[in-house]
Design a protein around this ligand. Structure first.
Ligand SMILES: [Zn+2]
Length: 282
């Protein structure tokens, strides 16, 4: 039976670098309603199948998009909020072939791995026992895994130890702000990435504590000396009712191509440019 399930997914060798989104929403209301999805996103390279922030629905979306969970060999959870971690243990179960093989890497922060104050460890000690290695990162810590390098970035959010990440690949860097307020360190942390994935909860200047709004992303992009080729608006809240229009507003004010995340959105990092498509329309 297991053999059948594994072979139902035709996972081809990927020589390019691609990002696939399993959701575009975030925050309590959007997570409950599941309009935009909260499965996080994946970075696939020749050797790496990295799942970042698998919130509710990650496994369901992977099934929908015909992405094999079994192929996952790295997991990154940015902080201890359920829209980022609920499916993490199941991803580990897939990664370790049902907890029978020591395999894969888990990268996260202290709250998720050990618990801190009212934040209990979202990934159980049992689930932390089967991956090949578990890395606890603080901002600026860096780790080499498979054919990528991950550097944790600083955030200012409810979980005081939340981290974003800069992923170095052989086709350039991919940045992920995770949930954070605007702060100056973001400029240097993500300057020069080819693709910036920014968690923008609200539109225009509707700023709320611990999160970015559209105007914050405009400021961040305009402060960068080396702007990304593409910025992806991710983790949008329920009140972000017209993501396309909002991205046009940000693009107009930054001269950066800004696009909204969407279930199935795929970005391929090619030599000269980034190709955007949707897995669901292929
Ligand atoms: Zn959060």
């Amino acid at each position: 039976m297991l053999f059948f399930i594994i072979n139902n997914f035709k996972d081809v060798v990927i020589l390019r670098v691609e990002i696939i989104f399993l959701g575009a929403g975030g925050g309590r209301w959007e997570t409950i309603s599941q309009n935009k999805g909260t499965g996080g996103f994946r970075i696939h390279t020749e050797k790496t199948r990295l799942h970042i922030d698998p919130g509710p629905g990650a496994l369901v979306r992977m099934n929908e998009l015909k992405i094999s969970p079994w192929s996952t060999n790295a997991l990154f959870v940015s902080h201890d909020h359920p829209d980022h971690y609920t499916d993490a243990e199941i991803i580990i179960e897939a990664m370790t072939n049902g907890m029978i093989k020591k395999r894969g890497y888990v990268i996260s922060n202290i709250s998720v791995l050990e618990g801190f104050g009212i934040y209990e460890n979202a990934i159980s000690k049992y689930h932390q026992s089967k991956p090949e290695r578990v890395y606890l990162l603080n901002p600026k810590d860096s780790v080499d895994i498979l054919d990528v390098n991950l550097t944790a970035t600083k955030t200012k959010h409810g979980d005081p130890f939340g981290i974003g990440v800069r992923v170095k690949t052989n086709k350039g860097d991919i940045g992920y702000t995770s949930d954070t307020e605007y702060m100056e360190s973001l400029i240097e942390d993500f300057n020069g990435v080819r693709v910036l994935i920014a968690n923008v909860v609200r539109k225009k200047n509707e700023r709320i504590k611990g999160h970015l709004c559209s105007n914050d992303l405009i400021d961040l992009l305009n402060e960068m000396s080396n702007k990304p080729e593409i910025a992806v608006m991710n983790h949008m809240g329920l009140k972000m009712t017209n993501p396309i229009k909002e991205c046009e507003y940000i693009s107009k004010n930054t001269n950066v191509n800004v696009i909204p995340a969407k279930i199935g959105l795929k970005i391929e990092l090619l030599e000269e440019s980034c190709a955007v498509s949707n897995v669901l329309k292929n």
